[in-house]
Structures are given as C-alpha cells and as structure tokens.
Design a protein around this ligand. Structure first.
Ligand code: HSE
Length: 436
C-alpha cells in the first residue's frame, strides 16, 4: 500500500463558502487522497464566533478563534474571511511560515495583490485565487496557465451576479430599480454592504484581477474606471428594450494602441449590448466572461458567479493543485507582472455611444445637435425622434442618437456642449454600446 503523506489544511472563515469547503474536505477526504496522493487533514477552522449559526453543521472541536495559532505548522491555508484585515496579515503569516495559500479574497488581491505575490515569491509558495472572480467559473487558471503563451487582446463580461439580477428583473419584468434591489437583498445576492455591488466596486475588484493576469501587469482597483448601476432607471431599460438592446454592468479590460504606445484600459460601467449578443441572455445571478486572444480567437466562460457550494468548487480545485505541488515539490508558479503596461484614462477609449436627449420641438433643433457632433468630430450612425409628453405641455421631442466609434474624450466634450445648449432641455442618458 502507498504510504500517503498527510497535509495539514487550515481554514480561515466559515461563512457561506467556507462552511461548504470544510464540509467537502471532510466528506470527500478519501476521494481527495486518491486524487492528490496526500491525506488532506482539516486541522482547524478559524472563526470570529464559534457559536454563530452556519449554513452547514461543522465539528465543534475544529472551531477556534485563534487564527495565527492555527496557521503555524499548516501546509495549506485557505482564507475565506474576506476584507482586508486581518486577512492580509494572516495570509502573510501563512506564506512566511511556508504554507501555500488559497483565497477568494477579491478586495484584498485588488488592493494588496503585489505585496502578497511578492511574499509568496520570496519563499517559493503559491497563492491561488480561482474563487475571487466569477464564483464557480474557471477563469483565473485559463488566463494564468492555458492562455499564458497567447496574447490576450480584450476581456469583457458580466462579473457581478447581483447587479445582473437587478438589471435582468428590470428588463424582463418591468420592475423598478428599488423593487429589483429589494428582491436581490431578500435572496441574499447582495454583499453585506450593497454599495460594493451597485456602485460597481465588486466588479472593479474582479476587473483589476483579470486585467493583471491578462496583461501581465499589476493593476489595482484604483486603476479601474468605475460606474455603478444606480443611475440606471426603468425608463433607460425600457428605451433600450424598444431599440433591441439590453443594459448590462460590464467589466472591460483591453489593450489600446500598439508598440511603444501600447496601454491598457480597465473599466466597469453599465453599457448597452444587442439582444442578439450572447451576454444578453445571461440571466439572474449568473456571470459570463468573454476573452479575445490573438491566437485562440474568442472564448466564452459562463456559469454561477456566486453561491456557497458553487464557489467552494473553485476553492477545492485550488486546494487540490496546492496539495499536488506539495507532493511533487518545487516552488509555486508566481505571477508574471513584467508587462508593466500603463493604464490609460477613460478618455482614451474608443467605442460606440447612445445619447438620449430631450429637446425643444422647434425648427433648427436637430440641425443644432447635428452641428455639435460634427464640430466635435464624432460621426452619427442613427438618429430617431419621437414626440414625448412633458408635464408643462411644451412641445418636446426625444432624440436618440447612436454614434459610430468615437473617442470618449471627444464624446464627453460634445455632451457637455449639448447640456449647455439652448435647444437641449435634458441629456436623459449617455451609454456606451459594447460587444460589436
Ligand atoms: N456580490 C458578488 C456578486 C458575489 O453579486 O457577484 C460574488 O462575488
């Protein structure tokens, strides 16, 4: 009989994902041993309160409030506490003691990723984080390993399930933003601080992690242009629907320019996409990520973006890899941040736009608007006008303009000029159009 080694696994955090991971480590111990060649012994679970109610019943003797003590002597430390501290300090303690780290902590990686990866490199340990982006969907390992020899041009997708749920219910069921948000909260889809979801912080953290991997460059949350969904109204969703479009909160990471002028753009905002686009059919709390690579072409990754058991699957994959590395020996494969590309400001992007204006319905109004676009160097692709009812009964038209591809800085100058112009009563919305 093969004499398998025992690897000590410490778990920090027993929330919705952590409790499922603990359960899988216990229930599937024999299967995991066959798969890794090592007995994965869950040596303890560090929690804030040993008496707190949990999704899964856990052996009480494994629970401890002393995370630092638990880390000592561990081979693998799984950090699923979330937040910056004490997670950061505990991960550094784990790495410095020679343990491999598995984490799902997107906020920490998007702010202190470089420090953590450096610490891992110093001791030859590994840090894996498949669970940090898009829940159960394998996207970190494809970017880090499978596509490491290719050149990623662009990533774009839906990486926040709760805002997708809110926008989807507004689109499909005509709910107001407030109604859809209340239901998302009742279903437990939102983060403890919902602004992380609706203001786009959660998606921006994930975009920073994806861009760092895709472009071999350290990207932090501060580099990400971020707009949330709080400005999206039922009227905007309805107007998009009538035009055969749908509003989704997108994360976009792309290369701009070439050669010495190359830079990257990393951004999160609500954008319009065609209802024919595969992302339009991403429903409820699901996530989907498109990757465009030079050699591989277009790839799409789709599935559950959150959920305790689903995200636990991503954690377990990392635990198995860490265990195999321990058995095989050798140092962990670190990050490759040597691309060192500058991050461009939002004004540098080029995309299509849809602008909805309410204007005085009088001679010359349309001409004045067309002149503003022409003076700003932006070409119009479509113009639609409808007469709308206003409270004061004044003749008002709604003009919906679709542009050809344009520089964001040109477009924003034009929008500022329109907002100040006498014929425009209101700039009702300005949205980017992506996915074409
Ligand atoms: N709040 C996140 C979401 C959870 O809605 O996608 C998963 O990261």
């Amino acid at each position: 009989m093969i004499d398998h080694r025992t690897l000590r696994v410490a778990l920090l955090g027993a929330g919705s994902v952590g409790s499922q991971v603990a359960n899988l480590l216990i229930e599937r111990a024999d299967e995991l041993e066959e798969r890794t060649g090592a007995r994965l012994e869950l040596s303890g679970i560090a929690v804030r309160d040993v008496d707190a109610p949990r999704d899964v019943e856990l052996p009480r003797e494994l629970l401890t409030t002393d995370a630092s003590q638990l880390i000592l002597g561990s081979d693998i430390v799984i950090e699923l506490m979330g937040g910056i501290e004490p997670a950061r300090t505990l991960i550094l303690e784990a790495l410095n003691s020679g343990a491999d780290v598995v984490t799902g902590n997107k906020a920490l990686l998007a702010t202190h990723g470089a420090e953590i990866f450096d610490a891992a490199d110093q001791v030859g340990a590994s840090v894996s984080y498949e669970a940090a982006v898009a829940g159960a969907i394998p996207i970190i390992r494809p970017l880090k390993d499978s596509l490491a020899g290719d050149r990623v041009k662009r990533i774009f997708g839906i990486v926040n399930g709760s805002t997708n749920y809110i926008l989807d219910r507004m689109d499909r069921d005509g709910l107001s933003a407030d109604e859809a948000m209340s239901i998302a909260a009742e279903l437990g889809y939102l983060e403890a601080d919902p602004t992380l979801d609706v203001e786009g912080y959660d998606a921006a953290q994930k975009a920073a992690i994806l861009a760092s991997l895709a472009f071999h460059t350290t990207v932090s949350i501060d580099d990400v242009h971020r707009e949330g969904i709080t400005s999206v109204t039922g009227e905007m969703v309805e107007s998009a629907r009538r035009a055969g479009l749908v509003i989704k909160l997108l994360a976009v990471c792309e290369r701009l320019g070439e050669g010495d002028d190359e830079s990257i753009s990393v951004r999160v905002y609500p954008a319009l996409i065609s209802r024919e686009h595969p992302l339009a059919s991403v429903r409820g709390g699901n996530n989907a990520v498109f990757v465009e690579a030079e050699a591989a072409g277009d790839l799409m990754f789709y599935g559950a973006g959150a959920g305790g058991i689903q995200t636990a699957s991503a954690v377990m994959g990392d635990v198995v890899s860490a265990a195999r590395r321990h058995i095989a020996g050798g140092v962990g494969v670190g990050e490759s941040p040597r691309g060192d590309l500058p991050v461009a400001p939002i004004g540098a992007i080029v995309t299509r736009y849809q602008i909805r204006l309410e204007v005085s319905d009088e001679p010359g109004a349309l001409e004045a608007i067309a002149r503003a676009f022409s003076a700003g160097g932006v070409s119009l692709a479509t113009v639609e006008q409808t007469t709308i009812e206003t409270d004061d009964g004044a003749p008002t038209a709604q003009i919906v303009i679709g542009t050809h591809r344009a520089h964001e800085e040109d477009l924003s100058d034009i929008v500022a000029a329109l907002a100040a112009s006498e014929v425009v009563e209101r700039v009702a919305s300005v949205l980017r159009v992506e996915g074409e």
